[in-house]
Write a protein that binds this ligand. Structure first.
Ligand code: GTR
Length: 404
């Protein structure tokens, strides 16, 4: 109502645990009057949960598949001959194109890979001049690297620390990435130039039936299609990761596409791994006002009545079962509600135990820089909202131990 909105403006985030509010989390093992108690029951009914998320939050995923043509544009050795860097162009029905960078270790074995979207163009992941500079809208706008949300040559390598390519290669993994803006530019009307509009007929969905999160998740699955078509890649060992808004998209992609071998959520926060019922940091009201294109308009109606949502984010995380999952927070990123991310992760055990798998167990939130768990892992590190070499050390270890 108008009064509620008026009271909430300007938005002041709550960071006081005593004001988080009371809530009861929906039970992933209860659907209406039905109780789920076996792996078979969960497998049979997980689609119902997925549909609830599609109907109330992230929108539908396309019912139809499309003609995808992958073309190798260029290939060369990098890192002193330790790795090969390929630039691929994916084309969808001649109407939408996406550029994908594939960096693989030189090896006679098929490589496991980390696959994720980037915010501000492929050229930001490394200084390498062979990577084309992204020419669509990006959310970065710090001159001289980005001017009026368009990438400049100076942006090469801007986010190299978030990709740690040499560390990843030295550990025997490859890296695959594309700019999220090739699927949908990240602003309220970005869908008009993106695949939700251009491929509406082919994919069988109207733009308003899905969201930017859906378009990014769809793109991630098409990148997985490409990965699985490359002989040097072990297509059963593709680890999906995403940071922040792209971590939300990664969770949605992982829930929908069970070919991803493992999923990493780096500080995905509200609308990602954090429980929405906890009023701490970003809220449904704030996120749906700032970024209306990320979710369906229906989701915005749950602002200030979070308890009426038929699900919470622990159930999205549970839809990743029985695969390995790593959720990470940063102490300097209270906006993402680290405790809400930890509690959501802890709740996953209910569903994982149906598969005979362990979760985090009955533990308290760990201290800084102390990863916990095994198949399901969690850490909170010191430092700001980012993905850094500490995070990558943990993800590489996780990949080696759990993606076999
Ligand atoms: C913030 C947004 C967060 C998170 C973040 C990011 O502005 O409120 O939900 O997605 O952006 O993507 O870095």
């Amino acid at each position: 109502t108008t009064t509620l909105m008026a009271q909430q403006k300007p938005f002041v985030a709550n960071y006081d645990e005593s004001k988080v509010g009371q809530f009861t989390l929906p039970d992933p093992l209860r659907l209406g009057s039905m109780k789920i108690s076996t792996e078979e029951d969960w497998e049979k009914n997980r689609a119902t949960w997925l549909t609830l998320f599609a109907d109330h939050m992230y929108g539908q995923m396309p019912p139809k598949s499309i003609k995808q043509t992958n073309t190798l544009v260029s290939q060369k050795d990098i890192l002193g001959g330790k790795a090969t860097q390929s630039i691929w162009k994916m084309d969808f029905a001649g109407k939408v194109q996406a550029t994908v960078v594939v960096i693989l270790p030189k090896s006679n074995k098929k490589a496991p890979v980390f696959l994720g979207l980037n915010f501000c163009g492929n050229q930001t992941i490394s200084q390498d001049e062979g990577i084309p500079i992204f020419d669509k809208y990006v959310v970065c706008n710090n001159a001289p690297d980005f001017i009026n949300n368009i990438s400049q040559a100076a942006s090469r390598g801007e986010w190299a620390s978030r990709w740690q390519i040499e560390k990843v290669i030295d550990a025997g993994f490859g890296t695959i990435t594309a700019a999220c803006g090739d699927f949908e530019e990240d602003f309220a009307t970005g869908f008009k130039n993106g695949l939700r509009t251009k491929l509406a007929g082919e994919l069988g969905l109207k733009p308003e039936e899905w969201t930017a999160n859906g378009a990014w998740a769809w793109g991630l699955s098409r990148m997985l299609d490409l990965a699985q078509s490359i002989a040097e890649i072990d297509g059963k060992k593709v680890i999906l990761h995403g940071h922040s808004r792209l971590g939300k998209a990664a969770l949605w992609a992982g829930a929908n596409d069970r070919r991803f071998a493992a999923i990493i959520s780096n500080e995905s926060g509200e609308g990602g791994a954090a429980l929405s019922r906890r009023i701490y940091g970003e809220t449904i009201w704030r996120i749906t006002n700032s970024f209306p294109h990320w979710f369906l308009p229906t989701y915005a109606t749950y602002a200030d009545r979070e308890n009426e949502l038929p699900f919470d984010q622990h159930i999205l995380l549970s839809l990743l079962a029985p695969r390995p999952v790593y959720v990470a927070s940063a102490f300097g990123d209270q906006w993402s509600d680290p405790k809400g991310e930890f509690l959501g992760t802890k709740e996953m055990e209910k569903v994982y135990s149906l598969y005979g798998k362990k979760g985090l167990g009955n533990i308290d939130m760990p201290g800084l820089n102390q990863p916990v768990g095994k198949l399901i892992r969690y850490h909170i590190r010191d430092g700001k909202h980012d993905i850094n070499d500490y995070d990558w050390d943990q993800y590489i270890k996780f990949g080696k131990e759990e993606v076999k």
